[in-house]
Design a protein around this ligand. Structure first.
Ligand code: NAD
Length: 256
């Protein structure tokens, strides 16, 4: 059987290392035959992401801090040159100050709140605006969210509020871009031990609670998130837009 993403080109933003959900997604996209472009946040990640990009056969590996309009413009220019037809875009980016993920939410500072919103929510809007003109045959934009958007998860705090905004942005973007046949969806992943997740105080307790109470009685494997990303990016997902799809071993259905 041909790969599900054969003849498609994908841009994946948010690979920091081998544990990143974006890396699992890039691996699955490659397995399914996609041509790949990766971005990294800054010089500190450059060597690692270039190495991972080489392993994956990525055709473009570029720095892009999503808070910098000029770097988004640079990304668009580089893509136009190297991979002018884009079909799939994965936004796997979030950030909040560590202190805002460890103290009561009511103590969140104005600057910490705005930072989390800018990096974790507004950036999807900025990325969508940047890539949409390159998705001339339509395609799929995908972001990553978490249950803390709609339920209180201890210490997730300001990131939960940012994810709520992100999920609303998914719906508004789906409405704006649907006429261009660009679909916009989010995967709500169960907790996975990554660099970002480790910033949330007592994250291990969340993993333990999920393994004990989720219908499947285990945590989420990044490969499961990646396979759902393949579905959404492929033609199999052609009727799905504006959705939040849970890949969390079923945890979100439980009341207690
Ligand atoms: P990660 O730390 O591997 O990835 C986060 C990425 O965001 C990094 O690559 C980082 O460089 C990037 N980033 C942060 N600020 C940026 C900026 N200004 N410009 C460009 N990139 C920037 O962790 P992850 O867990 O793979 O996170 C990926 C996404 O998945 C995030 O949106 C996260 O909230 C979401 N998510 C994670 C979990 C989990 O438990 N790990 C669960 C649900 C959703």
């Amino acid at each position: 059987m041909a790969g599900l993403l054969e003849a498609k080109t994908a841009l994946v933003l948010g690979v920091a290392n081998r544990w990143s959900l974006a890396y699992a997604i890039a691996q699955a996209f490659r397995r399914e035959g996609a041509r790949l472009a990766l971005t990294y946040q800054g010089e500190r990640q450059k060597a690692t992401v270039e190495e991972l990009g080489a392993e994956l056969g990525a055709e473009l590996v570029l720095g892009c801090d999503v808070t910098q309009e000029s770097e988004l413009e640079g990304l668009a220019a580089a893509l136009k040159e190297a991979l002018p037809q884009l079909d799939c875009v994965v936004h796997s980016i979030a950030f909040a100050n560590r202190e805002d993920l460890s103290r009561p939410f009511v103590e969140t500072s104005r600057s910490g709140y705005l930072l989390a919103q800018e990096v974790s929510s507004y950036s999807l809007v900025a990325v969508a605006r940047t890539v949409a003109p390159l998705m001339r045959q339509g395609g799929s934009i995908l972001t990553l969210t978490y249950l803390g958007a709609t339920r209180v998860v201890p210490n997730y705090n300001v990131m939960g509020v940012a994810k709520a905004a992100l999920e609303a942005a998914v719906r508004y973007l789906a409405s704006d871009l649907g006429p261009s046949n660009i679909r916009v969806n989010a995967i709500s992943a169960g907790p996975v031990k990554t660099a970002s997740a480790r910033g949330v105080k007592d994250f291990i307790k969340v993993l333990d609670a999920v393994a004990e109470r989720a219908p499947l009685r285990r945590n989420t494997d990044p490969a499961e998130v990646a396979d759902t990303a393949v579905f959404l990016a492929s033609d199999l997902g052609r009727g799905v837009t504006g959705n939040i799809i849970f890949v969390d071993a079923g945890f979100q259905v439980m009341g207690l």
